[in-house]
Design a protein around this ligand. Sequence first.
Ligand code: AMP
Ligand code: MG
Length: 469
Amino acid sequence: MKLVPRYTDIAENFAIEDFPASVASPQLLLWNESLAKQFNINIADDLRANIFSGNEQQAIPAVALGYSGHQFGHFSPRLGDGRAHLLGAISDDENQLWDIQLKGSGATPYSRGGDGRCALGPAIREYVMSEAMHALGVKTTRCLAVVGSGETVYRSLPQAGAIVTRVATSHIRVGSFQYLATQGDVEGLKNLADLAIERHYPEIIDTGSQRYLAFLGAVIKNQVKLVVSWMRVGFIHGVMNTDNTLVSGETIDYGPCAMMNSFDFDTVFSSIDKQGRYAFGNQPNIANWNCARLAESLIPLISDDDEQAVSLMTPFINSFAEQFNTQFTAMWAQKLGLSGAHASDDELIAELLTLLKGSELDYTDTFDALTESLNGEVLMPDVLTQWVIKWKSRTDENSYKKMRTANPRVIPRNHIIEKILAEYVNTGSSELLGSFMGVLSDPYFTNKNLAEYRALLQSDKNYKTFCGT
Ligand code: AMP
Ligand code: MG
């Protein structure tokens, strides 16, 4: 594995050299063969556990990155990688660089008293959820491996420990900019923005003095796109803090995430999200808010005059809502296969959502049934009968294909994920994971028997998720 250093020249104390702690008895539990192939990683089976537990030191030093974060709206100036080590970056077949990071690999200078460890369940959740999101076509960090540590981590109950290997086009967070801005490190901010532009937005490199404004605009555009794709598949991130928001527009941090089953914009599963800040339908507001925090951090790069910087950036921040509304409307039009655009479409969509919410209908299964109803006889809930008549008059011969590419047949349902985690925790492997990954390889068109992966009759009303520590 040929690693190149990352982030070491951004600013002093931005990337701190620090080595993963050795673990007692590393055991490879999950290995992402297709991702390994993409990076030409040819490591013998028996060496993988040692490398991706952090037990084997690499040719270049690992680093822990500093970042700040607004957590549930409250600012923490110094968070950082408290349980993660970035080994470096690796190049794929197209010369694109990818960060390779171990999570759960021991305490770092940013641990703030934490143990630097990760329990097995959350490690498996990160692997399965990120692979599912990737299969669904949502931009996301990926996972290369999960290695059991053979050690116990102590949470409310003792649990098996694990290390997950995360792969991302970068680990540059909104909180990374906040970290440098808080320290008044303008040079560091510039270095970080330049790196982010080079990695993620090469098309704006030549925008001269406007490049940092263009960067803000590009991040906003990608955040809008990301949240729309989350909402299309029913994903609730659960902890959209600024430290969990990547400027690349990839989904990161699968701690308390969950999938919405019965449709309701107010759906919240995270046990610590008491106010519903990160509810399903509030995700666009929060992504917008996070972009405003990025803008604040960029002020010194935009103008020497703070007021001028703010007035230059405000239109970009304000454009979030309009961009989102346009794409959100387009998303529903695609999910319903609408033919052209009609003045009455907003009403048609709103009426359906009210029916879904009122009857607690499953989001995924209902849109799948609507899609398949254009292809043959499908049993539909009675409450939808009148609405379906109206809707069908708005479809045409292209509707089925449009809908099929927007409405997944299978998603990583909460009860499936919990079952997979329980199998791993109890036996160290999961048969269900294999068959589930099989249907997920083609989540929009699969014709496999999906009975096992449909919504459960009892909804997820009492389902709770926890931060993956
Ligand atoms: P997260 O909730 O995973 O986004 O983490 C928020 C912050 O807490 C980050 O700075 C993490 O590095 C830190 N953190 C989470 N769990 C641990 C842990 N077990 N040990 C040390 N730091 C942690
Ligand atoms: Mg995080």
